[in-house]
Design a protein around this ligand. Structure first.
Ligand code: FES
Length: 103
């Protein structure tokens, strides 16, 4: 499987926090949970809010607009009003570089 590099480095992701990254034209939400970096889609599936402006507690991100919650490790929805979860990307770390699986 091919991997594509993101425009953010490992040091750009705050510990236990989030940052927005891009791979080509694709926006990705990077979340740090217990020292691991996870990548998901960044738009809330409810009405498209940017989840990087939301709130991360443990592995759960809360949408800043209407409060839907998602698990950034599994992509699963934790609480509505969204009706489905986030897309997850497989992450590969190479030194300071962060890559996600293409496709
Ligand atoms: S846009 Fe995220 S819950 Fe409505």
């Amino acid at each position: 499987m091919a991997y594509i590099a993101l425009d953010k480095k490992v040091s750009d992701v705050p510990e236990d926090g989030m940052t927005l990254a891009k791979a080509g034209e694709t926006f990705v939400l990077l979340s740090s949970v217990d020292g691991e970096i996870y990548a998901t889609s960044r738009s809330c599936p409810h009405a498209g809010a940017a989840l990087n402006y939301g709130f991360l507690e443990g592995s759960e991100v809360r949408c800043p607009l209407h409060g839907a919650m998602f698990d950034v490790i599994t992509g699963d929805i934790v609480m509505g009003p969204a009706s489905h979860g986030l897309r997850c990307f497989t992450v590969k770390i190479e030194g300071e570089d962060i890559l996600i699986e293409e496709g």
